[in-house]
Design a protein. Structure first.
Length: 207
């Protein structure tokens, strides 16, 4: 049996404009196993659109089509929206570029991480809290209890991105999509965050 987790074949993403249709992604094909795979390109080349397409997050008027997007042998193009909601954040997670736009400013960090876990599992409130604290510790946050009770605006950029990684990994997904997760961070913080992600991906056997 193949170790391939994800196989994308002939993916296109298009957006209609006043001047005609713009191809944001043009016929890309690739596969990912339990390994680290990077997609490289300049700004605007379609990297983010590719990641969003895997999770079926291209909204109208955008148009996404592909011959297939196979995840664990199942074609995600055949899935209903209800089925995709069970995939997103559970079996496939995505870390966005800037935590300021991904974390809810009116809820504490702990509440948001716990909700991510309880949405996809039968964890009790106590189990979710314990899991969240352990995950915050895993992303090398020194005082998990303090951060758990903090609001996103009280965190630095690097801390916020570690929180996002913790939230995306707490459900133990099989595949992690990282959409330039260090682009909003200082250079001195970028390598630390990438090292944390690489270590967790390797330990957990994810793609």
């Amino acid at each position: 049996m193949s170790d391939t987790l994800l196989s994308v074949e002939d993916l296109w993403v298009r957006f209609p404009t006043r001047n005609g249709t713009v191809d944001a992604v043009r016929g890309i094909s690739f596969s990912v196993g339990r390994e680290r795979v990077g997609i490289v390109g300049e700004s605007g080349s379609g990297k983010s659109m590719t990641g969003r397409s895997i999770l079926r997050l291209i909204r109208s008027p955008g148009q996404m089509e592909a011959k297939s997007i196979l995840f664990n042998g199942e074609n995600l193009l055949d899935y209903s929206e209800k089925q995709m909601r069970k995939i997103r954040g559970h079996q496939i997670s995505m870390v966005m570029q800037d935590p300021k736009f991904s974390l809810n400013p009116v809820h504490t960090v702990g509440k948001q991480i716990c909700e991510a876990l309880r949405l996809h599992t039968k964890a009790s409130r106590r189990e979710a809290r314990q899991g969240a604290l352990e995950m915050l510790e895993a992303v090398q946050i020194r005082n998990p209890e303090r951060v758990f009770d903090s609001y996103p605006h009280e965190l630095s950029g690097g801390m916020g991105q570690r929180v996002m990684i913790a939230m995306m990994l707490i459900t133990d997904p099989k595949l992690l999509i990282a959409d330039e997760p260090t682009s909003a961070l200082d250079v001195t913080v970028q390598m630390k965050v990438l090292a944390i992600m690489d270590k967790l991906v390797q330990e957990r056997g994810m793609g």
